[in-house]
Design a protein around this ligand. Structure first.
Ligand code: FMN
Length: 263
């Protein structure tokens, strides 16, 4: 890093993996007296970023790239003259449609890309692994996060790009994200609560990053039709009252406690 000893780290985390990684990187930066401010993407206005600070982006991979609202944040970043920027994503195994396309977008806006890293963490979708396996993966992932933060500090990191393939995967991902938005998909894969179990605590409502949950007259949560499937509501429901139709046996994953996301 050259132009700043302050990092503004914009992140989103659905079930906690990305938050663990971002926090680990922040710790590493701060051992070298680099102030690291953390901002939630879902609560941030991209136009208000400080171009005199180094910008960090952290988010999970979804459908081979990332969530639509994360894309919107990245695409809305203002133009700059050489602001340093780095990214980190967490994933279960494979993305392909994110590192190259993000570099292209921020490059056109005048940023200086200084590093990109993808960190494998436990899957939070389809098949949830045993606790022991998850713990090992998290440990390995956090080690990689420390190493990456160290490389950023020393100026040894890089932001690679596989031109044609990554763009092809990116466009495939955009199609997938569009399908996710359709009414049919929203109906078929609705994360509606089981009212017999729901304690009306409102945690799902407070955690939803895209305001897809409203509270009805009887104080029960009601899912609307623009879910982006970050899985926060189902994963952090204290009563396990929101069944997850996408996951094997409805199992859910979370890497942290709900209060760490609510802070
Ligand atoms: C809707 C959805 C789509 C996902 N798509 C992918 C994917 O395409 N490739 C992959 O490797 N992991 C995928 N994952 C897994 C997550 O990227 C991974 O578990 C990530 O670490 C979760 O981070 P978080 O806990 O910060 O939300 C997906 C997860 C969800 C919920």
């Amino acid at each position: 890093m050259n132009n700043s000893d302050i990092i503004d780290f914009y992140y989103f985390s659905g079930t906690g993996n990305t938050l663990l990684v971002v926090k680990e990187m922040k710790k590493t930066f701060e051992t070298k007296d680099i102030t690291t401010n953390m901002f939630k993407i879902e609560e941030s206005n991209p136009n208000k970023i400080n171009p005199n600070h180094t910008i960090g982006l952290g988010f999970p991979v979804a459908e081979l790239s990332t969530y639509k609202f994360v894309w919107e944040f990245i695409k809305s970043l203002p133009k700059t003259e050489g602001t340093e920027i780095f990214m980190v994503d967490t994933l279960a195994g494979f993305s392909g449609g994110i590192v190259g396309p993000v570099r292209r977008i921020i490059g056109k806006k005048g940023y200086q890309p200084i590093g990109a890293c993808e960190i494998v963490m436990p899957p939070n979708i389809f098949y949830i692994e045993d606790e022991e396996v998850c713990e090992k993966k998290v440990k390995k992932g956090l080690k990689k996060a420390r190493k990456y933060a160290d490389a950023l500090i020393k100026g040894n990191s890089h932001w690679g790009r596989v031109p044609i393939l990554s763009d092809a995967i990116y466009y495939t991902s955009l199609v997938g994200l569009k399908v996710t938005e359709t009414n049919l998909n929203q109906k078929l894969l609705s994360l509606n609560p089981d009212f017999h179990r729901c304690s009306k605590c409102g945690i799902c409502y407070r955690l939803c990053p895209v305001d897809n949950i409203k509270i009805d007259e009887e104080q029960y949560p009601e899912h609307l039709n623009h879910c982006q499937y970050c899985l926060r509501c189902t994963s952090f429901c204290p009563k396990k009252a929101i069944p997850c139709p996408i996951n094997y046996k409805g199992n859910t994953y979370r890497a942290i406690k709900a209060k760490e996301l609510l802070n």
